[in-house]
Write a protein that binds this ligand. Structure first.
Ligand code: ADP
Length: 517
């Protein structure tokens, strides 16, 4: 039995008495500031902090990748053995408090330090090997190590919360093994329930069936848990069939993924779990993304005191070598360059709309991002040919903040978008999103109505170069001809509440439902 007697102690200040505090172990391959390739890393850390603020006791377990400096971490005494591949692998475990967590109820992060699996550049792969050949082995190890960690630190969670395909074996190990394991005096996993969050259904962890060997699970589990995917092994699918509760990161994306168009071949599988599946919108980390306290900006600003935004725009134009003109609308974009983000329709050679937007409209366009080599090449080409299109290829926190703050519009023509963070950052910074009507973009952006002036951004339904061109044209028309509407929309956007507190309460309910199931 998990120790219930100590649950009372988890109320930090006697507050939140309406919530039953839980012990939650987050199992993840990414968490900021330690490892990040996308929104997953932001979501895991912010959610953990918000849950801890509500009174839950939260720990995070993840790999110690090569770039995470051991010197800044504390080492737990003794190595830890993890069953793997018919034998056992040994790992050192490091720990550190998650930056931003309170002293009373800190979120502790535990790192598995296994040289052969994680002592290399790259989280999932490198530019030369986009998906490491031994990823099934590396992440099976990570998932199994989560349970060993609990034994090692003598702390048994109420909820194991797995994130995306790398952690999808966690619910499987719980359901088909750990739940029935030997109880120690201090606890066991017998009462523990699992939650699996799908941050992006486009990534499922599909590997050769032979790699199932590394999971140390029997073939009966392979078939019962439906890992089978046209004679391959689909890790996320196995997790979906094994988790007690499932969610994704916005209500609209939850609906979309039940349908064929956005279901990535797992829509049927999700439909079969529809009773246990819901959408919970991600939040925004208000400590990091707040124009009133943003250390990357030349001056703070807010809805009440918006003047600093003009300085941010000037700094952005200067930084990118554009004419420093407050009257010209600036369109910003920060993104991974992957097909999901609509980059074909925007930058596709000879047909993408970015070129004609910059050629035909009196705008400036700033771009930050990296990814698909063809797109990087194309964007650099545009940058050299057009005076009003400038790009920085690479990753930069500082520039991303400057773009959010200094732009007038933010473009996200995504094919699909589970939640999307940048449109929420944009709203908070008084930058109007231009988005496709999909996933979390639908949940967070209200379409402009030019009759009434209502809305918080510009939206189109079907993704094509001309749809992007026309919608950007619509926004630029409003900029020059409906200045009052633009000002009102900005204010409306800045007043929206996308705090993690709200999402954390919804996750609390999800945990409750999992424990009641
Ligand atoms: P996804 O997770 O699909 O990439 P999200 O919008 O959910 O998309 O989250 C992306 C996160 O990564 C945001 O915080 C965004 O600002 C950040 N990001 C993406 N590319 C870059 C970049 N080149 N430089 C700085 N931040 C970036």
């Amino acid at each position: 039995m998990a120790k219930t007697a100590s649950r009372k102690n988890l109320y930090p200040d006697g507050k939140n008495t309406d919530l039953v505090p839980r012990r939650v172990l987050m199992c993840t391959s990414e968490a900021v500031p330690f490892a990040k390739t996308g929104g997953l890393a932001d979501a895991v850390s912010s959610l953990s902090l918000a849950l801890a603020k509500l009174g839950h006791q939260v720990k995070i377990a993840m790999p110690r990748y090569y770039h995470i400096d051991c010197g800044a971490l504390d080492k737990l005494e003794g190595a830890m053995g993890v069953p793997a591949g018919g034998g056992e692998e040994w790992t050192a475990v490091y720990t550190a408090a998650l930056p931003g967590s309170g002293k009373k109820n800190p979120v502790l992060v535990y790192f598995f330090d296994h040289e052969a699996f994680f002592g290399r550049d790259g989280i999932y792969g490198t530019p030369f090997e986009s998906d490491f050949r031994d990823n099934p082995r590396r992440f099976s190890f990570m998932c199994r190590a989560c349970f060993q960690l609990c034994r090692k630190i003598d702390w048994y969670p109420d909820i194991v919360h797995a994130h995306d395909w790398p952690a999808a074996l966690v619910p499987v190990y719980l359901k088909y093994g750990e739940k029935y394991g030997v109880s120690s005096e201090s606890g066991s996993f017998a009462e523990t329930k699992s939650v699996l969050t799908i941050h992006n259904l486009g990534y499922q962890g599909i590997y050769n069936k032979d790699d199932f060997f590394y999971t140390n699970l029997g073939w009966d589990v392979f078939y019962q848990s439906c890992f089978d995917d046209w004679n391959m092994m689909n890790l996320l699918k196995g997790g979906i069939y094994s988790a007690d509760k499932l969610n994704t990161v916005s209500p609209n994306y939850a609906r979309e993924t039940l349908m064929q168009e956005h279901g990535f071949r797992l829509d049927g599988c999700l439909r079969s779990r529809a009773r246990d599946y819901r959408g919970i919108l991600n939040g925004v980390d208000g400590e990091v993304w707040n124009p009133a306290r943003d250390k990357f900006l030349p001056a703070p600003f807010s809805a009440k005191d918006p003047d600093g935004k003009k300085l941010a725009k000037q700094a952005l134009q200067k930084r990118f070598g554009l004419a420093e003109d407050p009257e010209i609308p600036v369109i910003g974009m920060v993104t991974r360059l992957s097909a999901q983000k609509g980059i074909g329709e925007l930058f596709g050679p000879g047909y993408g709309s970015a070129f004609s937007i910059c050629r035909d409209m009196n705008v400036q366009f700033v771009f930050l991002g990296s990814g698909e080599p063809w797109a990087e090449h194309e964007i650099l080409g545009l940058s050299s040919r057009l005076a009003n299109f400038k790009a920085h290829i690479g990753y930069s926190e500082e520039i991303s903040h400057l773009i959010e703050a200094g732009s007038d519009f933010f473009l996200m023509p995504s094919q699909y978008e589970p939640c999307g963070l940048n449109q929420m950052y944009s709203l908070a910074y008084g930058t109007l999103p231009i988005v496709r009507n999909t996933g979390g973009l639908y949940d967070t952006v209200e379409k402009y109505n030019e009759q009434t002036g209502s809305g918080t951004g510009f939206m189109f339904d079907y993704l094509s170069p001309s749809a992007i061109y026309n919608t950007v044209g619509w926004a630029i028309w409003a900029w020059y001809n409906r200045k009052d509407h633009i000002a009102a929309m900005r204010l409306r956007g800045m007043k929206q509440d996308f705090s993690w507190d709200k999402s954390a309460r919804e996750y609390t309910n999800l945990y409750k439902d999992a424990l009641d199931s």
